[in-house]
Design a protein around this ligand. Structure first.
Ligand SMILES: C[S@@+](CC[C@H](N)C(=O)[O-])C[C@H]1O[C@@H](n2cnc3c(N)ncnc32)[C@H](O)[C@@H]1O
Length: 189
């Protein structure tokens, strides 16, 4: 609990700034759960920014809504997509997408649909940031039992993105903090 409040107030903010989130940004947090990344993002983007926090777990979204009431800015919009990968946002609209610890839930065909939707909603040259948990070497799980980081990067690059950087840091995973790495990919024009 103490670890997480340190995350929301300090470490998470510093990490997301390093990842590239800036004031006034429109951020899409796809698979946000109870908001361990949406909350620090809200504090960076400020009153003119917006976090679109999408998940299919209504219980987790209720927790996020309660936490969001205590935040300085009312800039988080929670959306229950019922698992639908078609994102209800206009094209070329979003400045930064978080796809953290979710891809292992999705089969290849569904991951491709999601990359295409993210490509559509992101502004040109903007960033898709991925926390690739549960790949080979990191407790492989579900759809990621046989995929390496290199293969995952190739897969995303084949859907209109270009790998830019890998950033390693203390990260929030489930309800604790641990060392991990995210990758940033830029939307190619
Ligand atoms: C392991 S959690 C990661 C939460 C958060 N991104 C983080 O890193 O703290 C994965 C989340 O993805 C959500 N999820 C899985 N498939 C989804 C889908 N098709 N649409 C929306 N959310 C989905 C789950 O409900 C869960 O909340």
């Amino acid at each position: 609990m103490k670890q997480l409040s340190d995350w929301e107030n300090n470490k998470g903010i510093n990490f997301l700034k390093k990842a590239g989130i800036k004031e006034d940004y429109k951020v899409l947090d796809f698979g946000c759960n109870n908001g361990n990344y949406s909350i620090p993002a809200s504090k960076i983007i400020g009153e003119n920014g917006r976090v679109y926090a999408i998940d299919n777990n209504s219980y987790a979204l209720e927790i996020l809504k309660e936490k969001a009431k205590l935040l300085p800015y009312k800039n988080i919009k929670t959306v229950n997509n019922n698992g639908n990968l078609n994102i209800n946002l206009k094209s070329n609209y979003i400045d930064f997408v978080l796809l953290y610890d979710i891809l292992h839930y999705l089969k290849l065909e569904n991951r491709k649909t999601l990359y295409q939707e993210i490509y559509r909603v992101l502004k040109p040259n903007s960033i898709l940031s991925v926390y690739p948990k549960h790949i080979i070497g990191n407790m492989p799980l579900m759809e990621f039992t046989d995929i390496s980081l290199r293969e995952l990067i190739n897969e995303i690059e084949n859907n209109g993105f270009e790998f830019i950087i890998k950033i390693c840091s203390v990260l929030s995973h489930d309800e604790h903090l641990e060392e991990g790495c995210i990758i940033n990919l830029r939307k190619r024009e």
